[in-house]
Design a binder for this molecule. Structure first.
Ligand code: FES
Length: 103
């Protein structure tokens, strides 16, 4: 796949996440620390949408059990999750945020 439009930049306030669907992939697009990120919108511990969790310091926290994930790498930063979540490249195109879920 290639970069496709995920949302308008104006849809994302600082330190928030937004759920979007790109093809078959549920994606959480996130604006944190002045950067845009995209991760699979599913906690690696259980099937919980990460986009409903808190965002801060380039991390997103699963609301159910509190595991945090590094938005740059997808790495789990705290138990009970131990596996990373997939991260996807983002790109700004004018007023839009693009994501490549096939990368
Ligand atoms: S479901 Fe996310 S940490 Fe348990």
């Amino acid at each position: 796949m290639s970069f496709v439009r995920a949302c308008a930049l104006s849809d994302l306030q600082p330190e928030t996440a937004l759920p979007v669907e790109i093809g078959d992939e549920d994606v959480a697009v996130v604006f944190s620390g002045g950067e845009y990120f995209a991760v699979r919108d599913e906690c690696s511990h259980a099937s919980i949408p990460l986009s409903e969790g808190d965002v801060g310091n380039c991390e997103i926290e699963c609301y159910l059990h509190g595991s945090r994930f590094d938005l740059r790498t997808g790495a789990a930063l705290g138990l009970p999750a131990t596996e990373p979540v997939p991260v996807f490249p983002t790109k700004i195109d004018g007023d839009d945020l693009l994501v490549d879920v096939g990368a």
